[in-house]
Design a protein around this ligand. Structure first.
Ligand code: C2E
Ligand code: CA
Ligand code: CA
Length: 531
């Protein structure tokens, strides 16, 4: 049987469980996201540092070696080209990446490793070169012999002679670097930049440095060389972000599901009821039933209460219905009997002998094989000869149980009275009034509360009360909340009254204290003063 709606609302809170589970999942999601992102970011950051260092070291080493190779050539800046050109050619040939080495005297390149003697102002080769600097580096879109191929121009000054030195053009090949970083998803490219020009891995041509994208990942300066190396990319590549997000979402789903399972297992309502019995979470409140003629306390109705440790008070309508559906009503009623027997000592001191004690019984229990022993055990546990008992049974019971008559006879044989509870809320109620032997008819509070509010219900109630009088049945009106309702009912011959107008259901302690002070009921005294 599906969980009773009310019960599930109060105990299992499936919606609450879903929210809690999703919340826990979200926590895992966020935690994972934060940790994974920062760990990955940190790892990538360290790798980028290593890559930048490596690149920087490599370029620095290249320039250092080049400077060393070129330094001896400075001695030739004042020589004749014919005297040194073959040496120059050999030097260039054995130095990697060199396109040409030019000897410069007084601003004029006069000897080339590639073409021998020449006469060309070096600013015609590289306009930017500053011959007053010991070392200057610039980029050119091409050289006279390879006008389409960008080159690095490296100037090494002859400290002895003004505007003299060695001007070397170098091939720039960034492909090896690209290969090196091809496995780094977060590295998009790199650029070599001088103050004016730049060459990048994504453009075959030299561009203005200002045209480079802003905010590179790393900017490296090489000590002693007027050149920068810039690394571009994201510390967290899209691929990383996607992977982390995917894993985090998976974790969310998993954590939510596990939490939900755990919660539903833990809060299995059936188990909760049995646990509640074991842990003593149930207690009984007692609501007085008042004699409509004298105003004296005629009896008590025992009403079960459940205070769940986390859910708080759970209405009996909810857990009783559920217990009936889950076959737990019998242990629950046995527990009720135990609790009532425990309270009975105290109650018997506060109430006179013969006080009626009403308990609500489920039709399922009534028909169970252990019902009779349960009742006998209970009566045996109660104070001897103090209370007389009333079993409150809804009319649903009579519809369901074929051997209801036999059970009723058995109950009556033990001197126990039977009240038909919630009268008027079931079907064909009137038939049962004749068929079964009841002692009390409890008028449902739904009827009572419509008194004075709905003109339509009162005639029905009138008819029922007339019938009850004719059948010589005691009538208990439950849910009496106002003096007007009480008056109306007393005027129509209702024999007993029960409701908040007199007293709410109370614990034995509260009830005993209350009873000691108010006999007969002040509310009733007020009533009896009316004309
Ligand atoms: P019921 O047998 O009709 O019990 C009367 C209900 O009306 C109680 O609700 C009581 O607190 C409430 N009531 C009494 N006077 C007033 C009033 O003036 N105004 C209003 N609005 N309500 C009033 P409670 O305690 O919530 O119990 C609800 C139902 O749960 C009971 O209806 C009964 O069917 C069931 N129940 C309670 N305890 C037990 C139990 O121990 N065993 C079984 N089988 N059922 C129980
Ligand atoms: Ca009742
Ligand atoms: Ca009722």
């Amino acid at each position: 049987m599906p969980l009773s709606k009310t019960f599930s609302k109060h105990v299992t809170h499936p919606r609450k469980n879903v929210f809690v589970s999703l919340g826990v999942g979200l926590l895992f999601f966020l935690l994972f996201l934060t940790i994974a992102t920062s760990v990955t970011w940190h790892k990538r950051d360290q790798r980028n540092d290593r890559l930048a260092n490596y690149t920087g070291q490599f370029v620095l080493q290249t320039f250092n070696e080049l400077s060393q190779t070129l330094s001896p050539l400075l001695a030739w800046t004042q020589s004749q080209c014919s005297a040194v050109s073959s040496d120059l050619t050999a030097r260039a040939a054995f130095t990697s990446n060199v396109r040409a080495m030019l000897l410069v005297r007084d601003g004029q390149a006069f000897c080339s490793s590639a073409t021998g003697a020449m006469d060309l102002n070096i600013h015609q080769i590289a306009a930017e070169v500053d011959w007053d600097k010991n070392i200057d580096i610039t980029l050119v879109p091409g050289t006279p012999m390879l006008p389409e191929k960008p080159a690095i121009v490296f100037w090494l000054k002859d400290p002895q002679h003004p505007r003299s030195g060695v001007l070397t053009t170098l091939n720039v090949n960034l492909t090896p670097w690209l290969l090196l970083t091809s496995r780094e998803p977060d590295i998009a490219g790199m650029a070599i930049a001088t103050s004016r020009y730049a060459l990048s891995t994504w453009n075959a041509r030299v561009v203005e440095s200002s045209a480079l994208p802003a905010s590179p990942l790393r900017t490296l300066t090489l000590p002693g060389y007027p050149i920068h190396i810039l690394l571009y990319g994201d510390t967290l590549a899209d691929r990383d972000v996607h992977m982390i997000l995917l894993a985090a979402v998976l974790l969310w789903v998993l954590a939510s599901l596990s939490t939900y399972l755990l919660l539903s297992l833990r809060a299995s309502p059936g188990k909760e009821i049995l646990l509640g019995i074991k842990r003593g979470e149930f207690h009984v409140d007692y609501q007085p039933v008042v004699n409509a003629r004298t105003g004296e306390t005629y009896g008590l109705e025992a009403l079960m209460r459940w205070t769940h440790p986390t859910e708080g008070r759970i209405p009996p309508d909810a857990f009783i219905n559920y217990a009936e559906g889950q076959n737990l009503i019998n242990p629950l009623t046995r527990h009720l009997f135990e609790l009532v027997a425990r309270d009975a000592q105290q109650l018997s001191k506060a109430l006179p002998k013969g006080t009626k004690l009403g308990v609500n019984l489920s039709p399922l229990h009534l028909n169970a094989p252990e019902f009779r022993t349960d009742v006998q055990n209970w009566i045996a546990a109660m104070p001897r000869d103090h209370f007389s008992y009333v079993f409150e049974i809804t009319e649903r019971t009579m519809v369901a149980e074929s051997n209801a008559e036999a059970i009723f006879d058995w109950i009556h044989d033990r001197g126990i009275k039977i009240a038909i509870d919630d009268f008027g809320t079931g079907h064909s109620a009137l038939i049962y009034l004749e068929k079964f032997k009841f002692d009390y008819l409890k008028i449902d509070r739904g009827f009572v509360q419509s008194i004075g509010r709905e003109t339509v219900t009162s005639p029905v109630l009138d008819t029922v009360l007339n019938l009850a009088r004719k059948l010589n049945l005691n009538t208990v009106a439950e849910g009496v909340e106002t003096a007007a309702q009480a008056n109306w009912l007393i005027d129509r011959g209702v024999t007993h009254l029960q409701g908040y107008f007199f007293s709410r259901p109370q614990s034995p302690d509260d009830l005993s204290a209350w009873l000691a002070l108010q006999q007969p009921w002040p509310a009733f005294v007020e009533l009896s003063k009316r004309g």
